[in-house]
Design a protein around this ligand. Sequence first.
Ligand SMILES: Nc1ncnc2c1ncn2[C@@H]1O[C@H](COP(=O)(O)OP(=O)(O)OP(=O)(O)O)[C@@H](O)[C@H]1O
Ligand SMILES: [Mg+2]
Length: 233
Amino acid sequence: MDGVSTEEAEVVLECEDLHRFLGEDENRVHVLDGVSFDLHAGYVYSIMGPSGCGKSTLLYLLGLLDRPDSGAIRLGGQEVSGLDDQQLSVIRNREIGFVFQFHFLLREFTASENVQIPMRRSGVMSRADMQERADHLLELVGLGDKIDRAAHHLSGGEQQRVAIARALANSPRLLLADEPTGNLDTANSERIFDVLQTVARETGLALLIVTHNTQVAYASDFIFTMQDGRMVD
Ligand SMILES: Nc1ncnc2c1ncn2[C@@H]1O[C@H](COP(=O)(O)OP(=O)(O)OP(=O)(O)O)[C@@H](O)[C@H]1O
Ligand SMILES: [Mg+2]
């Protein structure tokens, strides 16, 4: 990690002193206890830490799927706390891509149709443009020959690559991945990571990966270590 300089790169995301409590009354847990960091365009960051330390909770906040109890999140310099749910969902669809451990593809839909879903939601592209972009993204993740195959007729690793292509559909500035290689074998994990890393470098998005895989972490530009809701180092 030494020698990696982000000085010239645009700051995509800043989070500052994030706190999040979950649960009610005596079950109330201080899940995030003051998390701060910046993510720069074109860099790959990983978060490691024991089960239950708050990694997924953090990704939900950064992905604007949940709100912090206190602290600030700025995306491309814009503070998001004052925005309503409708505004957040527009930003989420346009600026942020997600890849989860389980890909949540629509099984009966083809690879291409799955990738087009976020573009349809934005509603700014023609049908032909959406198809063309979906096919391009599927080629990028090495599935150019399977664009018309139904999702449930693809292997686990292939489905995860479709999910990556779908996450890239609207050219996000930030890609969040929560254990994207969690249920895959080593060869597929490496492949998924290579695809994600290449995309980050080529498109200049900031990539944040939660992983238990040390190889994935060591191949990142920066590793954050989390424990009990805090970043430790
Ligand atoms: N709705 C909830 N109510 C109470 N506690 C919750 C709630 N959701 C999550 N938690 C607790 O918050 C803590 C952090 O959960 P989180 O899912 O962020 O962990 P994680 O680091 O992603 O773990 P893993 O590596 O197992 O995925 C855990 O102790 C969890 O039990
Ligand atoms: Mg988790």
